[in-house]
Write a protein that binds this ligand. Structure first.
Ligand SMILES: Nc1ncnc2c1ncn2[C@@H]1O[C@H](COP(=O)(O)OP(=O)(O)OP(=O)(O)O)[C@@H](O)[C@H]1O
Length: 594
C-alpha cells in the first residue's frame, strides 16, 4: 500500500516538474489533447448524420438546411485538426526542450549542493547521472502519457455515449479485455525497459571504448601501442551485447503484443457483426449504423490509448521516481555556522583521525598531527600512503570516520562550509584544464574578480603563468584547449595556469594546499614558485604534497606518511639525522644527482 502511495506521489511530482518547466505550454498541450480526443467521436457523429441526410435526400445540400451546415462544420473541424497538429507538435518539441533544461538546471543545482566529494565516489554514481539524463527524454513521454490518459478517458466516454443505444455492454467488454493486457504489459515494460541500469551500464562502456581512439589527448599512447583495434574489439563486444539485449526485449514485446492484438481484433469483429446484424434486421437505420461503427473504432482507440498509457506509466514511474530520488537525495554533511577565524592562530590539529573510502579499507590512521599556521609543511611518502586523502580531509571534502580535525581550535564541522572554503585555496594533483580563455582559466579561482585584469595578471605572475600568456597571440584572451579549437599547451604550462588560479585567492585565503603543484614544472620555475610559497606562508597555513625531496628541504616542517600513518615529523635536517625512512628516501634521490 505504501508503495502505491509512493507511486502516486512520484506521479504527482513528475507532473509538477513538467508544469514548472513551462506552465503555459503544459496547459496548452493538455488542452489541445483534450480537444483532439473529443473531435474524433464528434466527427464520426457529424459525418454519419450528413450521410444519413444525403441518403434520405441526395439534394439536401441545396436547401442550405441543418445537414448542409453540418457538412460545413465537418470540413471546418477537419481543417481545425490539421491546423492544430503542427502547433501541437511544435509546442511539444519546445516543451521537451524546456523540460530538459529544467532538469539539467536541477542536476547542476544538485551537484552544487554536494559540499563534500563522497556522493561522487558512490558506486554507480556515473550510471545514476546517465540514467537521470537519459530519463529526461522519458519525462516528456510522461507528459504525453498523462495527456493521453485524459484524452483516452474523454474518447471512451464520448464513444460510449454514441454506442449506448445499440450495445451498451461494448465499452465494458473492451475495458475488461484491456485489463489483463495492462498488467502483463506493465510487467513486461519493466523487464524490457531500455533505460534500466544494466542496459545503461553497457551503453556507457560501449561509448567509452568507442570514444577512446577519437580523443586527441590519448592519441600518443593509443598510436604507440596500436590500441585502436583492441578498443574496437571491446566496443564491438559491448555493442553486440546491447543489440542482443534489445532484440531479446523486442521479441518479448512482439510476441506479447501479437497475442493481445489478435484477441482484441476478434472481439472487435464480433461486436461489428452484432451491429451489422441489427442493421440487417432493420433495427438500425444506416446513419446510426455508421455512427456505431465509427464509435466502435473510436472506443477501441481510446481504450488502447488509455491502457497503453497505463502500461507505459508503470515503466515511466520507475524513471520519474529515479529522477525524484536522485534530485531529492541528501548527499552532504551539514554545514556548521561558525565564521572563519581571523588572525594568527594554531593551524590544524588532528587527533585520532581514521578514514576509509567506501570499500572500507583503512586509508588513514593519524593519532596526533599539528600543521601549524605561518609555516610550510611538506607531506611526503610513497604512492598510496594517503597524502592526497589527507589534504582532502583538511578541506572537508570528506568526513573522518572517527577522531577530530580542528582548525584554529574548532572542529572543521563547526565552520560555515562556504566561509571555510572561501578562505582556502588549492592546486590538486588532478587539476582541471578548462576549455576556456586563459583569463577565465585563472579567474575562476576567485569568481568575484573574474573580470579584473589586474588581479588576473597578479595571480598569473605568482603562479608563473605570466610568461605563458606573453607567448600567446591574444595573451589572456587566448582560448586554450583543443575541444573548441583553442591553443594547446604543454603539461607544465597548464600546471602554471592551475597555480595562477589558486593564487587568485592569495589575499583572502589563509589555507593554501598544493598537491604536487610542481610535478610538471622545470627546475627553474619550481624553485621560484616554492620561494614564493614560502613568502606567502606568513600568517597562513601552507601544505604542500611533494615527491621531490629537494622541495621538502626548504620546508619548515616535513611530515612523512607511511601506509596511512604519520611515521616521521620534523624539519629536513632533523629527519636526516634520525636516519629513518625520510633519510633513506632522501639519500636515494640525492645519490642520483651525484
Ligand atoms: N576516491 C577513492 N575511493 C577509494 N579509494 C581511494 C580513493 N582515492 C584514493 N583511494 C585509495 O586511498 C589510498 C591513498 O590514496 P592517496 O591518493 O591519498 O595516496 P597518495 O599518498 O596521495 O598517493 P600518490 O603519491 O600516488 O599521489 C590509495 O590506496 C588509493 O587507492
Amino acid at each position: 500500500m505504501k508503495e502505491k502511495w509512493q507511486t502516486v506521489r512520484y506521479a504527482w511530482w513528475g507532473l509538477r516538474l513538467i508544469y514548472a518547466a513551462s506552465p503555459a505550454r503544459t496547459t496548452f498541450v493538455f488542452f489541445i489533447k483534450m480537444i483532439d480526443s473529443i473531435l474524433g467521436p464528434v466527427l464520426v457523429w457529424i459525418s454519419a448524420k450528413v450521410i444519413e441526410g444525403l441518403l434520405q435526400d441526395h439534394q439536401v445540400f441545396l436547401s442550405f438546411g441543418p445537414v448542409f451546415w453540418m457538412a460545413i462544420l465537418f470540413v471546418l473541424l477537419t481543417i481545425l485538426v490539421d491546423v492544430l497538429n503542427p502547433y501541437v507538435e511544435m509546442n511539444k518539441k519546445l516543451l521537451t526542450a524546456q523540460i530538459q533544461k529544467h532538469i539539467d538546471e536541477q542536476l547542476m543545482d544538485k551537484a552544487n549542493s554536494f559540499e563534500d566529494i563522497a556522493p561522487f565516489d558512490e558506486t554507480g554514481f556515473h550510471t545514476k547521472v546517465k540514467v537521470v539524463r537519459y530519463n529526461e527524454y522519458f519525462i516528456t513521454l510522461w507528459l504525453e502519457m498523462t495527456a493521453s490518459t485524459f484524452g483516452g478517458i474523454v474518447q471512451i466516454v464520448a464513444s460510449s455515449i454514441l454506442l449506448w443505444n445499440v450495445i451498451a455492454y461494448v465499452p465494458l467488454l473492451f475495458l475488461l479485455l484491456a485489463l489483463p493486457r495492462l498488467f502483463v504489459e506493465a510487467k513486461l515494460n519493466n523487464a524490457t525497459f531500455e533505460g534500466r541500469e544494466e542496459v545503461q551500464e553497457l551503453r556507457r562502456r560501449a561509448e567509452y571504448f568507442m570514444g577512446l581512439p577519437l580523443q586527441h589527448e590519448l592519441a600518443n599512447e593509443i598510436k604507440l601501442y596500436r590500441l585502436t583495434p583492441y578498443f574496437t574489439a571491446k566496443y564491438k563486444e559491448m555493442a553486440r551485447q546491447l543489440i542482443h539485449q534489445l532484440s531479446r526485449d523486442q521479441k518479448k514485446w512482439i510476441s506479447h503484443n501479437l497475442g493481445w492484438g489478435v484477441l482484441e481484433a476478434v472481439a472487435n469483429g464480433v461486436v461489428l457483426i452484432l451491429i451489422v446484424q441489427k442493421a440487417m434486421a432493420g433495427v438500425l437505420p444506416v446513419g446510426e449504423l455508421l455512427v456505431f461503427i465509427g464509435a466502435l473504432f473510436q472506443l477501441r482507440e481510446g481504450v488502447t490509448e488509455l491502457f497503453g498509457v497505463f502500461a507505459i506509466g508503470a515503466r515511466e514511474m520507475v524513471n520519474v521516481s529515479r529522477i525524484a530520488q536522485f534530485l531529492g537525495a541528501n548527499g552532504s554533511a551539514p554545514s556548521g555556522t561558525a565564521p572563519f577565524p581571523s588572525g594568527y592562530q594554531t593551524g590544524y590539529v588532528l587527533e585520532n583521525v581514521k578514514f576509509s573510502y567506501q570499500d572500507g579499507r583503512d586509508v588513514l590512521q593519524i593519532d596526533h598531527l599539528v600543521l601549524p599556521e605561518g609555516k610550510v609543511t611538506v607531506l611526503v611518502g610513497e604512492n598510496g600512503s594517503g597524502k592526497s586523502t589527507l589534504v582532502k580531509l583538511l578541506l572537508r571534502f570528506y568526513e573522518p570516520a572517527s577522531g577530530t580535525i580542528r582548525f584554529n581550535g574548532r572542529a572543521l564541522g563547526d565552520y560555515d562550509i562556504s566561509a571555510f572554503r572561501a578562505h582556502s585555496t588549492a592546486v590538486f594533483q588532478d587539476f582541471v584544464r578548462y576549455e576556456m580563455s586563459m583569463k577565465s582559466n585563472i579567474g575562476v579561482g576567485n569568481l568575484p574578480a573574474l573580470h579584473e585584469q589586474s588581479e588576473i595578471e597578479k595571480a598569473a605572475a605568482l603562479g608563473g603563468a605570466d610568461e605563458v600568456a606573453s607567448r600567446l597571440r591574444d595573451r589572456y584572451e587566448t582560448e586554450i584547449g583543443r575541444l573548441f579549437g583553442g591553443v594547446n599547451l604543454s603539461g607544465g604550462e597548464w600546471q602554471r595556469i592551475a597555480m595562477a588560479r589558486a593564487c587568485m585567492r592569495n589575499s583572502s585565503a589563509e589555507i593554501l594546499i598544493f598537491d604536487e603543484p610542481t610535478s610538471a614544472l622545470d627546475p627553474y620555475i619550481e624553485h621560484e614558485i616554492f620561494s614564493r610559497l614560502k613568502a606567502m606562508a606568513k600568517n597562513k597555513t601552507v601544505i604542500v604534497v611533494s615527491h621531490r625531496l629537494s622541495t621538502a628541504k626548504l620546508a619548515d616542517q616535513v611530515v612523512l606518511l607511511h601506509k596511512g600513518r604519520v611515521k616521521e615529523v620534523g624539519d629536513h635536517h632533523t629527519l636526516l639525522k634520525q636516519g629513518g625512512i625520510y633519510a633513506e628516501l632522501y639519500q636515494m634521490q640525492a645519490s642520483k644527482y651525484v
